[in-house]
Design a protein around this ligand. Structure first.
Ligand SMILES: N[C@@H](CCC(=O)N[C@@H](CS)C(=O)NCC(=O)O)C(=O)O
Length: 241
């Protein structure tokens, strides 16, 4: 049995990490049995979630999890796609992970009101006297990461402009099809869907939310794939409790 290491549900979503949601969707797409373990962060080989344990092998990073499933179980996530569409799907996946992600990270961690409603909760279990120090230290690290990536060097307005282009591109490629590349789910849906679910999370007041809400096909896509892959969360993105 595969073990998937996750953070567990937060913010009305299956996981506060779109990468963890991606790994879970990949396992569901490949129809592989798995169990969830929310206690693995301290042993994460790359210091991040997700990772999986599969028959003694530890695979860290959602993309390597995908490759592991492809190689070990012979599952082709992009079956039926032309070479050209496989390439486009890959590019959209990476646009979400390596571009849009950073704008969302900035909005959640650097904007105080969003931070207080969201990520601050990650530290609820830290000892009270130490909590402010830990929070400040981790936020400082996130700021450094944003700077190192380069996204954090832009103004908020510039970041929002970049995110709007990403969202527009996804909406235009999706058009009126049920999945990113057409009538059937492909590997990139495992990434794009979690990013749209996160973009539409009403807990965070962000320009990403506003421009995603303005594209009804993206809202319908989020709803459709949430019902398909996480039926227990369907509808919960609209009203956080
Ligand atoms: N490239 C990784 C990214 C995973 C990632 O960034 N995970 C974040 C949560 S969204 C994380 O665990 N961060 C913890 C940390 O940096 O300390 C993947 O695809 O799995």
């Amino acid at each position: 049995m595969i073990t998937l290491y996750t953070y567990g549900p937060y913010f009305g979503l299956p996981d506060p990490s779109p990468f963890v949601m991606k790994a879970e969707v990949l396992l569901k797409m490949a129809d592989l049995p798995y169990e969830i373990d929310t206690g693995g962060f301290n042993k994460a080989p790359k210091g991040k979630l997700p990772y999986i344990a599969d028959d003694g092998a530890i695979i860290a990073d959602s993309t390597f999890i995908r490759m592991h499933i492809e190689k070990t179980y012979g599952f082709d996530f992009d079956a039926g796609l032309s070479r050209q569409n496989r390439a486009i799907a890959w590019a959209f996946e990476k646009m979400c992970e390596d571009h849009l992600y950073w704008v969302g990270l900035h909005a959640r961690w650097m904007v105080d009101a969003n931070f207080d409603r969201g990520p601050r909760r990650f530290f609820d279990s830290a000892p009270a006297p130490l909590r402010p120090l830990v929070v400040a230290m981790v936020r400082r690290q996130v700021r450094r990461n944003l700077w190192g990536h380069g996204m954090g060097r832009h103004t908020t307005t510039e970041m929002e402009e970049l995110a709007a282009r990403d969202i527009g591109a996804i909406a235009d490629v999706l058009a009126d099809t049920p999945y990113l590349m057409g009538e059937a789910p492909c590997g990139a849906d495992a990434t794009v869907f979690p990013f749209m679910a996160h973009a539409l999370c009403p807990l965070f007041e962000t320009a990403i939310l506003t421009c995603t809400e303005q594209r009804p096909n993206l809202v319908a896509y989020r709803d459709r794939l949430m019902a398909q892959y996480f039926p227990e969360f369907a509808g919960s993105g609209k009203a956080i409790v």
